[in-house]
Design a binder for this molecule. Structure first.
Ligand code: SF4
Length: 62
């Protein structure tokens, strides 16, 4: 699976990075960035949890 973060919606709460630090990282602007090209199978469950936990639904499955 692949994911993207919609920067217009992200409020930088950090939940996604806390749930799955392998995939999400807060950048210098304090917004979440996807740091992998493709989500590994091991990370898929936590990425799905991050998608559900994002308060602004900014994480989209691509
Ligand atoms: S959980 Fe959503 S709003 Fe919070 S940092 Fe991640 S993408 Fe942004």
């Amino acid at each position: 699976m692949k994911v993207t973060v919609n920067k217009d919606l992200c409020i930088g709460c950090g939940a996604c990075a806390a749930i799955c630090e392998d995939v999400f990282e807060l950048n210098d602007e304090g917004l979440s960035e996807v740091i992998v090209d493709k989500v590994s199978e091991d990370d898929e469950e936590s990425v799905k949890e991050a998608i559900e936990s994002c308060p602004t639904s900014a994480i989209e499955e691509a």
